[in-house]
Write a protein that binds this ligand. Sequence first.
Ligand SMILES: Nc1nc2c(c(=O)[nH]1)N[C@H]1C(S)=C(S)[C@@H](COP(=O)(O)OP(=O)(O)OC[C@H]3O[C@@H](n4cnc5c(=O)[nH]c(N)nc54)[C@H](O)[C@@H]3O)O[C@H]1N2
Ligand SMILES: Nc1nc2c(c(=O)[nH]1)N[C@H]1C(S)=C(S)[C@@H](COP(=O)(O)OP(=O)(O)OC[C@H]3O[C@@H](n4cnc5c(=O)[nH]c(N)nc54)[C@H](O)[C@@H]3O)O[C@H]1N2
Ligand code: SF4
Ligand SMILES: [Mo]
Length: 685
Amino acid sequence: MEFKYVPTTCPFCGTGCSFNLVVKDGKVVGTAPFHRSPVNEGKVCQKGANANEFVNAHDRIKTPLIKKDGKFVEATWEEAYKLIASKLGQYSGEQIAVIGSARASNEDNYALQKFARCVMQTPNIDHCARLCHASTVEGLTQIFGSGAMTNSISDLADTNCAFIIGSNNFEAHPLIGRRIMQAKANGAKIIVCDPRRTATAKQADLYIQQNSGTDIALLNGMMQYIIKNGWENKEFIQNRTLGYEEFKACVMQDKYSLENVSKVTGVPAEDIKTACEWIHEADKTAAVYSLGVTQHIVGVDNVCSVGFLQMLTGNMGKPGTGVNALRGQNNVQGACDMGALPDSLPGYQKVSDAAAVKKFEDAWGCKVPAKVGITIPEMFETFDKEPSKLKAMYLMGENPILSEPDIAAIDRALKNVEFLVVQDIFLTETSEYADVILPATCYAEKDGTQTNTERRVQKLRKAQEGPGIAKNDWQIIADLAAEMGHADKFAWKNASEIFDEMAALTPLYGGMDYDRINSEGLQWPCPTKEHMGTKVLHAEKFNGMPDGKAKFLPIEHRSPAEVTDAEYPFALTTGATIWHSQSGTMSRRSESLNNECPRSWIEINTEDAKELNIKNGDVITACSRSGEVNAPAKVTPDIKKGVMFMPYHFSESRVNLITNPSCDPVSGTPELKVCAINIKIPKEA
Ligand SMILES: Nc1nc2c(c(=O)[nH]1)N[C@H]1C(S)=C(S)[C@@H](COP(=O)(O)OP(=O)(O)OC[C@H]3O[C@@H](n4cnc5c(=O)[nH]c(N)nc54)[C@H](O)[C@@H]3O)O[C@H]1N2
Ligand SMILES: Nc1nc2c(c(=O)[nH]1)N[C@H]1C(S)=C(S)[C@@H](COP(=O)(O)OP(=O)(O)OC[C@H]3O[C@@H](n4cnc5c(=O)[nH]c(N)nc54)[C@H](O)[C@@H]3O)O[C@H]1N2
Ligand code: SF4
Ligand SMILES: [Mo]
């Protein structure tokens, strides 16, 4: 029997590993290593290894579906396009909200944002980066002039000290965790700061278990101790930064003394000292962070504080250093790069910049709304509270009824959407609310590109045909645009043509084309055809800053939106497990992954469990000001006393029923990492 091997990029996380899809008789049947990848060198995690399993799940959507009398009925593409065109045509620009997909390719997202801006004339386009690393994009842009991971995955192996804060990379980015372990094997010190003793924390040489939501206090305390010892890098501060004196005055306040910070964070002063000593002694320290830092009402300030630690110690612009924000979904970096954001055109060219808007208007031959649109939380809040303002939604590859905080509010909002189009590969809990569902091909069925966390643009390669009459996302959008009278602007023959159009308008990608990225990909910025891409940002200069210098700011600790009290005495934090991905639409259809982890749970500290008389496996109810949810208890000493944890992948146990919708005021990222809860023990039936 003939087997064919098609190299492609993983559809799960932002690490961007490559592997081969094994194809037999025209169907994807397995995966096999692809050794040449500079990211993962032929290795994958359990999700990558089983990434073939959901592709041919029996319940892939095969035809468009139109809701008639409350039931979905199979339809032809023509029927679906006609209906959508006539419905969307009834609304004016800003009455329409569009959500892009960090699962779909760069080409798909480029097509969607062009459709939103050009055909729909709406500025309201966003995607799930809002729920995770929008705080990174905002924070790092404020201080460095670029919102991306500064360094490369492979150079983490060369660091002498990894300072990991709010990242459980052993589960969420396992092949980045592998690089950090390579550094450890070479003698690097590993510091992990996390309220949970995670799989990552268990590898640490120093584990710092701070209270949830106290990272600024911890970082300010560390920076005060570094300055007090004269360990700051004076030359770097002098030559490459601005704003130091005001920043210093802030961190030197008595409230950030070791003694006071120890009280706020719950971390022994000795451990804070040790962390500072190791960073001081190391030639190169890499800061690594993820959602434990960003998903807070102080997410942007948290991100900046991590940046300041690296600026203060001169750990920027060299391999093995930097601020390494580990981005989430397979193509969340790309969806941001492509302009699926309410304030940015492709390549972070701002909608508030008249020259940028003019450039796109000239290239596309249409008006482009020169206005900042609304974010995902604002979209749902408007549908919920002011439905006269927002009428329709086009949602490509996102499952908000599981992934957004405060599900009761999202339910009300979705019920208020007059016309909802959902474009996905599976029926989801969200698509139940749709008026029309459109079947898309998945990663294994299309050519295209995606951009990983280290800014590497890599190929997706078609390995099999899609199910039924499913089409590529970009093709669906182009067909719909044609139906609405804009055929000329969306007349692409293939994904490569879309990439070329995008690259010509996007200086970060300007030197890339499908031939150049074919083997190992290229890391942006790559402005010209001769440019070899950029492994380390800010090597000589902070190019995006007006004067080329990074910016220190004074940042104070602030408490989370919900603090614990007598009624809700525990802090709940939420996140990922290695076996599942996001709302589980893909990973839970993988038999291998779902067998390993078939149900949700709630982690409770051993002492708390004893006080509440809860045993391992007891089904308990967690309740908050927003709602309640049941899950079996997992009693463990690994979580801090007073803190509990739930994963967010399980539709039958929706943790977002109890999370709170408070957001960072600048990034709009919800505080998914802290809410106040209590526990009820259901009476035996
Ligand atoms: N297996 C798997 N991998 C994934 C995903 C998945 O669903 N499954 N999702 C992908 C996506 S979209 C993303 S964005 C990334 C997320 O990657 P991560 O951010 O690494 O994963 P999380 O589990 O959300 O949270 C990280 C850690 O933050 C800690 N934390 C909670 N509160 C605080 C706090 O106040 N301070 C600090 N310092 N830490 C805190 C949590 O205990 C947790 O260990 O993972 C990606 N990778
Ligand atoms: N409590 C809590 N909630 C969280 C988080 C948390 O830490 N705690 N994390 C948040 C984070 S970091 C994120 S990123 C969000 C994720 O939130 P979502 O983006 O809503 O999660 P996914 O399950 O990845 O949804 C992606 C959808 O895209 C579909 N899909 C896959 N491939 C394709 C494709 O090629 N084309 C199309 N059209 N569709 C496709 C999938 O079937 C799925 O329905 O959740 C957030 N929610
Ligand atoms: S680490 Fe991420 S990209 Fe790599 S195989 Fe695992 S899920 Fe896929
Ligand atoms: Mo994410």
